[in-house]
Design a protein around this ligand. Structure first.
Ligand SMILES: Nc1ncnc2c1ncn2[C@@H]1O[C@H](COP(=O)(O)OP(=O)(O)OP(=O)(O)O)[C@@H](O)[C@H]1O
Ligand SMILES: [Mg+2]
Length: 390
């Protein structure tokens, strides 16, 4: 019996429910079906429904005439609750009037009594192979879904690492610079006549390094929270925040002109500072890449009734035309190996999505000008919408 063997192969591990009220017949069917399936039994529709509720059966075999709830009512309920549940109805010649009704209910097969093994195998074969194919497809889908989730996670982690590396570059440069300055002075024996100067310079260097180290550790904390839904906002002063950022970036011989008004917002302070640092770092990189008389970065902040407006403008020649459109796209950079192209993408996400504001860029006065608009405290960014971060 080749067909029997191939049915056995397909039905491996499948569990079925057999619903039949006559004990003798039930036992005979169980003996036959056990060759192919793990068989559970019920002697009426009500008992069957209880079992279906708590078990997963690949196929339900049911008789029609039974006490309490007959096979047709059972089929109706089962197919209503789960149209994909495979149901095979065992019918007698006397059930012929019910056949139309059963076909309307979309039962998967009718099996005529008396049930012989060869008939049984032919009747259930199609149903079993349909279940088998569906299972295989579901497993493939589950596997693909898992693989997708994994690669999305990896991509997200990779992105996060690039962002951390990006945020760390500036403070690490500061630490190295302040320590080197002291070292060079020692090498040049600047302190030999005046040892107390060394102490002063060392304390000053240590304080600057400490500030950068704190920033490094806070950045890691911020990134740990970056992909989480909730994060606490706090009230902070825009002007103070900008001044701290300017103090953190070594600007060599570039002049930074500040014209800042004191305004408070209720939002994510550390992320705001990341944005300011990104924009200033870009301006600095642009100014150092061109030959010019004097690099200047103008930073202003003002407010209207609703929002704070911050402008950061440089005189570095502006954003090239071809870069305007993709400026805020992830990985867009004109700096080759020296840029990840994540700075402005991240900044736009922080301002527009996390902080409920708007970051835009234009060229003016022979330079690039970045504008940040953010709701003032109590104007759309109040403690009542703490959960708007997502
Ligand atoms: N002030 C500016 N002047 C001129 N071009 C700018 C200025 N700021 C940004 N750009 C352009 O926008 C591009 C994208 O900036 P973004 O900060 O996203 O990436 P990046 O600076 O190239 O690399 P990184 O991710 O390391 O910051 C830059 O490569 C540069 O071409
Ligand atoms: Mg950049």
């Amino acid at each position: 019996m080749k067909k029997a063997q191939s049915l056995r192969d397909l039905s491996k591990g499948m569990k079925v429910l057999l619903v039949e009220d006559e004990k003798r017949i039930l036992e005979a069917y169980v003996e036959l079906m056990s060759e192919f399936f793990e068989v559970d039994t019920a002697t009426n529709g009500v008992e069957a429904l209880n079992k279906i509720d708590t078990n997963n059966y690949e196929i339900i075999f049911t008789d029609i005439n039974m006490p309490k709830m007959n096979g047709i009512e059972l089929c109706e309920l089962v197919k209503h609750n789960n149209p994909n549940q495979k149901v095979i109805v065992i019918t007698a010649y006397s059930d012929k009037d019910n056949i139309i009704k059963l076909l309307e209910l979309n039962v998967d097969k009718l099996l005529q009594k008396p049930v012989r093994e060869d008939m049984f195998i032919y009747a259930v074969y199609d149903v079993v192979s349909a279940v088998y194919t569906q299972r295989k497809m579901e497993n493939t889908l589950k596997f693909q879904e898992k693989a997708l989730v994994e690669s999305a996670k990896l991509a997200q982690m990779g992105e996060m690492l690039s962002m951390i590396a990006h945020q760390w570059r500036q403070p690490l440069t500061t630490i190295s610079m302040v320590l080197n300055t002291v070292k060079v002075k020692i090498d040049l024996q600047k302190y030999s006549d005046n040892p107390s100067l060394l102490e002063n310079d060392f304390i000053e260097a240590q304080e600057k390094a400490e500030e950068s180290i704190n920033y490094l550790s806070e950045t890691i904390e911020d990134f740990r929270n970056f992909f989480k839904k909730d994060k606490t906002k706090k009230t902070f002063n825009i002007a103070d925040s900008i001044r701290t950022c300017v103090g953190m970036i070594p600007l060599d011989n570039i002049e930074v002109k500040l014209d800042l008004q004191d305004h408070e917002i209720f939002s994510f302070k550390r992320e705001f500072q990341q944005v300011i640092i990104n924009i200033i770092a870009n301006a600095k990189e642009q100014l150092s890449s061109i030959d010019m008389v004097k690099g200047v970065i103008n930073i202003t902040s003002s407010a209207d009734d609703e929002k704070v407006i911050i402008e950061i403008c440089d005189n570095g020649g502006g954003i090239p035309d071809y870069a305007i459109k993709p400026l805020f796209k992830p990985y867009f950079s004109t700096k080759g190996k020296n840029g990840t192209g994540l700075g402005l993408y991240m900044s736009k996400t922080i301002i527009d999505t996390h902080m409920n504001g708007l970051l835009t860029a234009t060229n003016k006065n022979n330079g690039a000008c970045f504008t940040i608009e953010l709701p003032l405290k109590n104007k759309g960014n109040t403690p009542s919408n703490l959960t708007s971060f997502n």
